[in-house]
Write a protein that binds this ligand. Structure first.
Ligand code: ME8
Length: 671
């Protein structure tokens, strides 16, 4: 198969800092679908995914959990319901899974770093800047948004360290040319963002080593430094092909590099379209053909965030409705290049409408009629009719349209094309009215042809649906009596009539049972609420604000107060308050301006918690307030703070606010 065409596709390698959610699943399902589509077309495919296991955040999480970083990531990647289990459940057909802690990768990264150093593209200097811990990113002042990380919106900290730098500036013109004058970065709309926001603002050399933590690939010629996690991460796409290591044969690299496409979320397009090509240029390596920046799945218009606990668990949905239904929904409802709002209601409606009604009914009606009128096997004596031409033409044109869409990664449109044919076939049943034909013995040949045309349409559609819903398509083929691979091949998808006329259909199980939307929505809501509460309980509040979990450390209590009576205590009027509004203050970086409803009225409370909480983390929350504290003028009398939010100190000088569950009555007294 020397001349077989090759296709290399990758997902981002995900951080195993927590369990993966529906957003990660979305990208991986899209990549899997593309890989399966290319295999269907006869390509030799390499589909790579994996996990990005180094970095400060994972080091801190492991420390908080009291285990080593390796144990921590092993558990999330290999453990029960971990990353690999999730991909198995979701029918992800990856060819290779890389973990950046794999020995061969670590050794290769050291060689790559050294090579760029020897070339003079990596040099030693001092880094002073703003660092976002959760994102592992240094930012320049001009890149910050309201003083916070432009990617995640969290506060950044001042950082200074001896560090190695990569001469990103040297490659600025070549990268600009790549973005502006080729179709390297897709969709095209992402190009302007990169050029205007980053390249044309001036690319500074990139800090590519850290001394502030250990959990990374050591720079072997200067071991107090570890390699910046993004160098470690980006080169995974080549080390997994055996580049600079012996784990895989060099021929894999020669066969598959450069990648045909890296699928990545829009927030990491910058790394993949600027830093990655610049480093490959430095290494004199060919560039990937395309980087595609897909959109985000949003929840209630906002980003899903592990730390807020508002993530959707793909495990639950796939187990309830099947991986195939979930895969279909993800790629049918959301255009791949733009953001989309996830909701359980959309999911259930889509399954009911397209899969249970349109596809499921077409299959069950066709097989049931074949069974009822012919005992399953259609007679070879069949008669064409005037209704056939349009359906057959549409089915035969389908593969061309589908291919054009798939080549643009327009999964949504490819599925719409297939389902337009399915809808046409359902209409064909109404037009030909097989139940009327069945009443007349002389019309049996016509009836047989009608059922054959339906079965053929289903076969063509199922062939093209295989990359999206592999298991369901196997079941459809079984019901259509298709046992030979040649009848579910790419070639046969444009050959209406390939199935023998005297085919045998089998009425089988209902592949996509209809979902009782009302009942399911209520159950999902209850499950998600419970899960959210558990996630919130498991995380420290500092962690919710993007900081490491620190509360596990015991504190020494040095500030005991003299004993008081119960009556003394009751003089403090503690009540449940509901935070109705919360804003950062331009006059102070430390304070947040809160509007708190105390059951009777809204009060203004200024609280020095801006370092640990973002306003959006607090709005809607129920907290304990000291309601009878004397009002205190603040900011030279511009504001009067009418109370205090109760919070606990943390050992590192931070604070944690305890939140009441939603059912706590606002205004009720706390004893
Ligand atoms: O960024 N909607 O890892 P990560 C859609 N390790 N896609 C989403 C999503 C959402 N709400 N949330 C996450 C990293 N994703 C690095 C990558 S690559 C060399 C290193 C998907 O665990 C999306 O594809 O934060 C996004 O780019 C990726 O998960 C980020 O995963």
């Amino acid at each position: 198969m020397e001349n077989q065409k090759k296709f290399y596709i990758t997902t981002p390698i995900y951080y195993p800092s927590s369990k993966l959610h529906i957003g990660h699943t979305y990208c991986t399902v899209a990549t899997d679908t593309m890989a399966r589509y290319k295999r269907l077309q006869g390509y030799k495919v390499m589909f790579l995914t994996g996990t990005d296991e180094h970095g400060l955040k994972i080091e801190q999480k492991a420390e908080a959990a009291g285990i080593t970083p390796k144990q921590f990531v092993d558990n999330i990647v290999e453990g029960p319901r971990g990353v690999k289990d999730l991909w198995k459940l979701m029918e992800i057909s990856y060819d290779r899974f890389i973990r950046t802690t794999d020995d061969y990768h670590v050794a290769a990264i050291q060689k790559i770093f050294k090579k760029m150093y020897d070339k003079g593209d990596i040099y030693k200097g001092t880094y002073k800047g703003k660092y976002c811990t959760p994102c592992e990113s240094f930012w320049t002042e001009s890149q910050l948004v309201n003083g916070c990380c432009p990617d995640c919106g969290r506060p950044v900290v001042d950082a200074e360290e001896e560090a190695y730098f990569f001469r990103l500036s040297k490659y600025s013109d070549r990268v600009r040319d790549l973005l502006v004058n080729t179709d390297f970065l897709q969709p095209r709309s992402r190009v302007n963002e990169m050029v205007n926001n980053f390249i044309d603002k001036g690319l500074e050399d990139l800090c590519v080593s850290r001394t502030s933590f250990n959990w990374g690939v050591p720079v072997d010629f200067d071991p107090k430094h570890v390699v910046y996690v993004w160098i470690d991460a980006l080169f995974n796409y080549t080390t997994a092909l055996g580049f600079m290591n012996d784990r895989y044969p060099d021929s894999d690299y020669e066969t598959f590099w450069p990648a045909d496409v890296h699928f990545v979320g829009k927030e990491i397009v910058r790394f993949h379209s600027i830093i990655w090509p610049a480093m490959l240029m430095s290494m004199d390596m060919p560039l990937p053909k395309h980087v595609f920046g897909h959109g985000w799945l949003l929840l209630d218009g906002g980003k899903m965030s592990k730390s807020l606990g508002n993530v959707v668990d793909p495990y639950i949905l796939a187990e309830r409705y099947s991986a195939d239904a979930l895969r279909y929904f993800l790629l049918r409802d959301f255009p791949f290049g733009t953001d989309g709002n996830f909701s359980n209601e959309l999911l259930i409606n889509r399954i009911n409408m397209d899969l249970a009604n349109d596809l499921g009914n077409l299959l069950s009606r066709t097989t049931a009629m074949a069974d009822k009128y012919f005992g399953g096997t259609l007679p070879a004596d069949q008669a064409e009719g005037p209704e056939d031409a349009e359906l057959i033409a549409m089915a035969n044109e389908l593969r061309g349209k589908y291919e054009a869409d798939m080549e643009k990664y327009a999964f949504q449109n490819a599925l719409a094309d297939v389902f337009a044919v399915i809808a046409r076939a359902n209409k064909y049943i109404d037009e030909t009215a097989p139940w009327v034909l069945a009443k007349d013995e002389a019309k049996k040949p016509r009836l047989a042809r009608v059922l054959y045309n339906l079965a053929e349409t289903l076969r063509l559609c199922a062939t093209l649906l295989q990359p999206f819903m592999p298991a369901a398509c196997d079941k459809i083929f079984a019901q259509l009596g298709v046992t030979e691979d040649s009848l579910r091949s790419w070639d046969s998808a444009a050959a209406f009539g390939a199935m023998p006329a005297a085919c045998t259909l089998h009425k089988g199980e209902n592949i996509f049972p209809r979902i009782d939307a009302k009942k399911e929505l209520a159950e999902l809501e209850a499950m998600e609420a419970a899960q959210k509460a558990a996630a919130q309980a498991a995380l420290s509040d500092a962690e919710k604000a993007g900081q490491p979990k620190t509360e596990a450390a015991p504190v020494e209590i040095a500030d005991h107060e003299p004993e008081i009576t119960f009556d003394d205590f009751m003089k403090s009027e503690l009540r449940v308050g509901e935070i109705r509004a919360c804003e950062a203050m331009k006059e102070s970086k430390k304070l947040l301006h809160l509007t708190v409803f105390d059951g009777e009225r809204e009060r203004c409370i200024l609280s020095g918690i801006a370092k640990w909480y973002k306003p959006e983390d607090l709005i809607g929350k129920k907290v304990a307030i000291v309601a009878n504290l004397a009002p205190r003028p603040m900011m030279k009398g511009k504001y009067v703070s009418e109370g205090m939010i109760v919070a606990a100190d943390t050992p590192d000088g931070g604070c944690i606010i305890p939140f009441f569950p939603d059912e706590a009555t606002t205004g009720s007294r706390i004893h």
